[in-house]
Design a protein around this ligand. Sequence first.
Ligand code: SAH
Length: 211
Amino acid sequence: MTSQRTRDRLVARLRQRGLKDEVVLSLIGSVPRHIFIDEAWGHRAYEDSSLPIGHGQTISQPFIVALMSQLLNETPRQRVLEVGTGSGYQSAILAGLCERLFSIERIEALVPRAKARLTAMALHNITLRYGDGYAGWPEKGPFDGILVTAAPPQVPGALLDQLADGGRLIVPVGTDQSQSLKVIDRTEQGLVETIHERVHFVPLVAGVAKQ
Ligand code: SAH
């Protein structure tokens, strides 16, 4: 099957699971997920599952990527920060939703690989950096949207500090066994938190790794 047909099937499956944002679904239908994973796993690229990308990390499950992108697409998003670039797949989807995307990754070896894929896709509104996303990226903030793709035990304070008025932070919070997806909006009345479904992400780890 061509990858376009397998991508269409993936989109149909996400629709079945209740995702409704047409802009996000069309991005899932057009971004070639197979270029973001190792060739050995290529035949599974359009399954709705997370897959290994080396260094003990995973490319997120398409349903979760789409769900988080849909939550982000409900609020302003001129400047968006992603914590945990990983393969760069979620970054490619986000780049289609916001004006400027900044993304941080703590494993040095993953950064040039993600950069090469995003450049090959001619996505030029993305800036990647190797660093510890626990601290956010204060020089580039405040951000209208912050999306964290690994789970901290608690919401990192620096990320809340860098959230613009009217902005939204989307973060899976919890331990290895039990995490839930939190959405925190900075409103005129202060921070408003909603809890979405149970999720399963790799942990957000403090500090950087040179491997
Ligand atoms: N969005 C990615 C998901 C990758 S998994 C994708 O679609 O492929 C989560 C990533 O978060 C991993 O690459 C991991 O190394 C990274 N990560 C974990 N802790 C981090 C931290 N403190 N700062 C930045 N990145 C971090």
